[in-house]
Design a protein around this ligand. Structure first.
Ligand SMILES: C[S@@+](CC[C@H](N)C(=O)[O-])C[C@H]1O[C@@H](n2cnc3c(N)ncnc32)[C@H](O)[C@@H]1O
Length: 239
């Protein structure tokens, strides 16, 4: 039996599947990109990372891919969105979730650490330029020795593929509309509206050189571009 205010497991599974489909619309080649990042993390450590933090990890689909590859890893998903974290909790009870806002340095103590791997996929564009610079400094404090930071987002110098023509509402709006149509999600969506009140994506986009420079200023010694595709890049940073 499913409680009135608890989403049914099959709904959670469907929304998380649809989330990945939606994200692939914005970030084609996402599976290859993540695989390249996880391989780099293994090479950096010479073994599977044990402690992984996914910043802005949303409904935990990346966390699930991490656990598929490294079943013994301790994975933390940090996000500002209580509705998305509830989907992570429902699907991945082993994963630790942290509700925190990376828009200010207060997220650092909440994040815990140290981590062998810190990921931020399609998340940093929510922050304004100055905050992204400071975020690199903060992320550096969370890394264990040999730890790797992986950042992926839209970047100016990534080659652009021809845009798919999808008339009507954009996939992001459609995904949230489907969630809102589910009565069991109403309390969480109300909590979300309060928590995210006034939060707007800065839609910040820079080049791989800009991110490399921000990381160097944050005392990262090694920078690599691991993947460039369809307007998006994956970059790796080591202290
Ligand atoms: C486009 S989604 C990407 C989610 C996930 N990383 C993925 O690739 O599927 C951006 C994520 O960043 C989170 N986010 C945006 N602003 C944030 C903030 N200030 N603090 C923490 N998380 C934030 C959103 O709630 C959302 O889960």
């Amino acid at each position: 039996m499913t409680m009135a205010n608890t989403p049914a497991p099959e709904d959670v599974a469907r929304w998380r599947r649809d989330w990945e489909t939606m994200m692939r619309h914005y970030q084609p080649g996402r599976d290859d990109l993540l695989a390249a990042g996880l391989t780099a993390a293994e090479q950096a450590h010479g073994r599977a990372p044990e402690r992984v933090l996914d910043v802005g990890g949303g409904p935990g689909t990346t966390a699930e891919a991490v656990l598929r590859r490294w079943p013994d890893a301790h994975v933390t998903v940090l996000d500002i969105d209580p509705a998305l974290l509830a989907l992570t909790n429902a699907a991945l009870p082993r994963v630790r979730t942290v509700l925190a806002d990376i828009g200010s340095p207060g997220w650092l103590p909440a994040a815990g650490g140290p981590y062998d791997l810190v990921l931020a996929l399609m998340t940093l564009h929510y922050l304004p330029e100055d905050r992204v610079r400071d975020w690199y400094v903060e992320a550096g404090h969370l890394l264990a020795p040999q730890g790797l930071l992986l950042v992926s987002d839209a970047m100016h110098d990534a080659p652009v593929s021809s845009k798919s023509q999808s008339g009507g509402m954009d996939p992001w709006t459609l995904w949230w509309a489907a969630l809102s149509a589910q009565p069991s999600m109403a309390p969480l969506l109300t909590e979300r509206a309060v928590t995210l009140s006034g939060l707007k994506s800065a839609e910040f986009v820079a080049s791989t050189d800009w991110h490399g420079e921000a990381a160097r200023r944050a005392k990262f010694g090694e920078t690599a571009v691991l993947h460039l595709h369809a307007g998006h890049a994956l970059m790796a940073f080591r202290r």
